[in-house]
Write a protein that binds this ligand. Structure first.
Ligand code: ACO
Length: 431
């Protein structure tokens, strides 16, 4: 690629194809990331790019989250994650992500009031919980309930006030839907949200309180959940966020777009990984705790087994969220006096893998899911709810991306191309 100074001609990348040279415009982001604009590539050359998994493809320009995977940097709207997680409530960080700036006192109070006001599920929609299969996964319930919100709250997609109202409904209600789906699964009565609790405390109360007695949310749990939710809030163009943008690019409504993101998050290579981590730890525990055998299996090319909670598409150094979560986990376990044999297995796995050449060479470090599963377990959250918790945290991120996508004049309906490798023309002749 030829790089020139700003005063000279615009920077271009040169492509030579079949002996012919093409200029592709080059641009840089605010953190000096370089983009080669191939928007006209097919028109100019007849060729397309091939990039399975989109490892090298930028689908948009975005001002929400910055990640440097090699340096282990994660920032929301310019703020390092270390300045936000553990320093503020989830609702304040959610406001930052969605509206682009930290709220002043008045904005925060109004936002909190709105989230509380809109945390109640439409009473008719509550009946839906009765009709899911008793074994239904809560992610399935969450996705379906969010999708059905569009029939309860149809809105004018051109009116920003309508959109804003529905954003508040989504952030406010997601935790209530999540807690109700858990209560339904264990056959306990629903506990309604309260106005005098923080977002995290409200969720924990709806999960664990019963009408039979008073329930005070332990502060250590409320604080830990705030950190967990903030750490999960956004991670730029990951699978579920890209799904929200893709579905939204067809101008599908916000509920349809976000329920698609919830379904994408459910997969075990994405949000389902923390549940998979716990399953793996339980399996090792049941197998006599022989963690070394599983490390060997993960390295064996003939085995399909992978160490769940290790490796990341973007972080090839360390996952800053995992580092923060590890210290929260230590605090929770100490303050709550928890001893967990699965945690011992996790610590052993972590130590062995971090020193093993196979993992070092491939830059495979524990990711956020490695610790979040254990932390959720310490908070008393059943493993089927882990990915649901991820979805609650990710909601402001999905919303921020959906809004940004709609406001971006470059947005087009997303429609990747392919290289066809099937049979050339064949004829069918009726016998
Ligand atoms: N255990 C063992 N080997 C692994 C692991 C793992 N967890 N992850 C990657 N590898 C190996 C691969 O076998 C491959 O080896 P090779 O080069 O010899 O063929 C190499 O490391 C690169 O792996 P890729 O799959 O190409 O890496 P990619 O960046 O595409 O995948 C992913 C990232 C999906 C996260 C992967 O590391 C993985 O499957 N991890 C386990 C699941 C997990 O923890 N997911 C959570 C991701 S974080 C999140 O969604 C919030």
């Amino acid at each position: 690629m030829a790089r020139k100074k700003k005063t000279e001609k615009p920077e271009v990348a040169k492509l030579i194809l079949h002996g012919k040279e093409y200029d592709l415009p080059v641009f840089t982001g605010t953190e000096n990331e370089i983009g080669i604009d191939i928007g006209r590539l097919r028109d100019m050359t007849g060729a397309i790019t091939y990039d399975p998994g989109y490892m090298n493809t930028g689908s948009c320009k975005s001002a929400i989250t910055y990640i440097d995977g090699d340096k282990g940097i994660l920032r929301y709207r310019g703020y390092p994650i270390e300045d936000l997680a553990g320093k503020m409530r989830f609702s304040a960080a959610a406001y930052l992500l969605i509206y682009g700036h930290l709220p002043n006192e008045e904005e925060f109070l109004e936002w909190r009031r709105a989230l509380t006001r809109h945390s109640f599920i439409h009473e008719s929609q509550i009946n839906f919980f009765d009709h899911f299969h008793p074994m239904a996964h809560p992610m399935n319930i969450l996705g379906s309930m969010v999708s059905s919100m569009s029939s309860f709250y149809p809105y004018d997609a051109e009116d920003p006030n309508h959109i804003d109202l529905n954003i508040k409904r989504l952030v406010g209600q997601v935790k209530t839907i999540a807690a109700f789906s858990y209560k339904k699964s264990i056959g306990e009565p629903f506990i309604y949200p309260r106005t005098d609790h923080s977002y995290a405390a409200n969720f924990l109360r709806m999960m664990f309180a019963t009408p039979a007695e008073e329930y005070e949310v332990p502060k250590v749990m409320e604080d830990a959940l705030d950190v967990l939710l903030i750490l999960h809030m956004d991670h730029e163009q990951n699978c579920s966020t890209s799904t929200v943008r893709m579905v939204g690019s067809s101008q599908a409504n916000i509920y349809a777009s976000i329920s698609s993101g919830i379904n994408a998050l459910w997969g075990k290579l994405h949000g389902g990984a923390n549940e998979a981590v716990l399953n793996m730890l339980a399996q090792i525990h049941a197998d006599g705790g022989n963690y070394k055998k599983y490390v060997e299996m993960a390295k064996d090319k003939k085995s399909k087994f992978r160490l769940m909670g290790f490796g990341h598409r973007v972080y090839k150094n360390f996952d800053p969220r995992a580092t923060l979560l590890r210290s929260v986990l230590d605090r929770v376990l100490t303050e709550m006096g928890i001893h967990d044999p699965l945690l011992d297995i996790a610590k052993n796995l972590e130590q062995v893998a971090l020193k093993d050449e196979f993992f070092i060479e491939r830059k495979l470090y524990p990711n956020i899911d490695f610790y979040s599963g254990i932390l959720y377990r310490a908070l008393g959250i059943p493993k089927e709810m882990f990915t649901v918790l991820f979805a609650i945290g990710r909601m402001p991120g999905w919303i921020a991306h959906w809004l940004e996508m709609r406001a971006d004049p470059d947005t087009k309906i997303q429609r990747p191309r392919q290289i066809y490798i099937g049979p050339t023309i064949r004829r069918y002749s009726p016998a």
